[in-house]
Design a protein around this ligand. Structure first.
Ligand SMILES: Cc1ncc(COP(=O)(O)O)c(C=O)c1O
Length: 405
């Protein structure tokens, strides 16, 4: 079949595939534990549900402006003022079908073929494929000291004549690392100095623990004019447990937003009217669900840290945000795909191989599920990997017998 070279270069999303695998196993009645998930389990805020149903009930669900309905744009403006201390104009804002689409439109708008985009590893699975989709070249940067937090020199070293943009995601998927304010400052300054676009993927910015404070990139920007190349990406998926609503946004200079809106207008005509109303209501509504989500996730994270601490052979850098951890399992197997498949086959625990995020030897374990999932999931992993574990493990009524060493 004659497919485009770009299409042929794009891999499947490992995380979405694993969601499917878990759903298929569950439907078969298998007692699978999904530690690979990427969404909070709570319900969407009531304000969002009421707003969506009210529009549906009206029967008048129409096209919207391609950059979003005024009510949602106003909500995003207020959100930006509250969390970033800057009040953008409506022309600085575009709503989109999830943060994913906002990033995609931004990449389409700023990149020509062969230009390069730098992002630290471990990175979100989609960045390399998104960059490739527009014909550009992904340049992942692994911190030289093996940690999850790059140094400014790591980034500086790979900037070349083709470099057009940097993407930062902090708190980070998959590591849960929260980049220090000093690093964000240095990168904002570096990008300004070198004339690079800086895409801040802030989708997890409110999901931070241990009393951490939000880091605001605008605090470090010296160019606050409409020439600024700082692009803020955010959305309702994670913080409001609204992943299926598919609403995100970009805040950037007016020219870029105009071009991104033209692109989005031709690609999708903009996000669904129903879901935009829901997102506006979530942003404007009672915010207690975000606070309670953070409390639950911090507690889950603490349980996960405790469980993993009691696991000889596993090294963990404690996550400071998100709902992901990225422990190092290389003591057991350096090949993360093989290890993840082994755990699924032997003890029916879904994990995501580190290689999908650009770092071998690690597995991404999520803590967005229940405490029971976390404790039992790690107990099963331990049983599968620890050669000194008892020969048998019960999963409900089912007896598993170790036939490997
Ligand atoms: C780092 C990062 N950015 C963006 C997204 C996409 O968010 P959305 O659901 O708003 O498209 C995700 C989802 O997993 C993510 O982890």
């Amino acid at each position: 079949m004659s497919l485009s070279l770009i299409a042929k270069s794009i891999g499947e999303s490992a995380t979405l595939r694993l969601n499917e695998v878990a759903a298929i196993l569950r439907a078969k009645g298998d007692p699978v534990i999904h530690l690979g998930g990427g969404e909070p389990k709570g319900k969407a805020p009531l304000d969002a549900i009421l707003a969506a149903t009210s529009l549906v009930n009206s029967g008048e669900v129409r096209y919207t402006p391609p950059d979003g309905i005024p009510a949602l744009k106003q909500a995003i403006i207020r959100y930006t003022e509250d969390f970033y201390g800057w009040r953008p104009a409506p022309e600085n804002v575009m709503a989109s079908g999830g943060a994913k689409q906002a990033i995609m439109s931004a990449l389409h708008a700023i990149l020509d073929p062969q230009e390069e985009v730098i992002f630290p590893a471990p990175y979100w699975v989609s960045y390399p494929e998104m960059v490739k989709l527009v014909g550009a070249v992904p340049v992942p940067v692994e911190p030289e000291d093996g940690s999850f937090i790059p140094r400014i020199q790591d980034i500086e070293q790979v900037i070349g004549s083709y470099t057009k943009a940097v993407i930062l995601n902090s708190p980070n998927n998959p590591s849960g690392a929260v980049y220090p304010a000093e690093l964000i400052k240095d990168i904002v300054e570096l990008c300004e100095k070198r004339g690079l676009w800086l895409i801040m993927d802030d989708i997890y910015h409110r999901l931070i623990y241990d009393g951490r404070k939000l880091v605001n990139p605008y605090d470090f920007a010296t160019d606050r004019t409409d020439n600024s190349k700082l692009i803020i990406i955010n959305g309702v998926s994670k913080q409001y447990a609204m992943t299926g609503f598919r609403i995100g946004w970009a805040v950037a200079n007016t020219k870029l937003i105009e071009v991104m809106t033209n692109i989005q207008g031709h690609e999708t005509s903009g996000p669904s009217a129903v879901l935009q109303h829901a997102a506006a209501a979530a942003i404007n509504g009672v915010q207690s669900s975000v606070d309670s989500l953070c409390t639950t996730l911090e507690n889950n994270r603490n349980v996960l840290i405790q469980e993993l601490k009691a696991f000889d052979g596993v090294r963990l850098e404690e996550p400071g945000g998100t709902f992901y951890s990225f422990p190092d399992f290389s003591h057991y197997d350096k090949n993360s795909v093989r290890l993840s498949e082994f755990l699924l086959e032997k003890v029916q625990v879904v994990t995501v191989p580190g290689i999908e995020f650009g770092k071998e030897g690690h597995l991404r374990l999520s803590f967005c599920g229940s405490i029971k999932d976390i404790t039992q999931g790690i107990e099963r992993i331990k049983w599968a990997l620890d050669p000194n574990a008892p020969n048998e493990l019960y999963i409900g009524e089912r007896k598993l017998v170790r036939d490997w060493s």
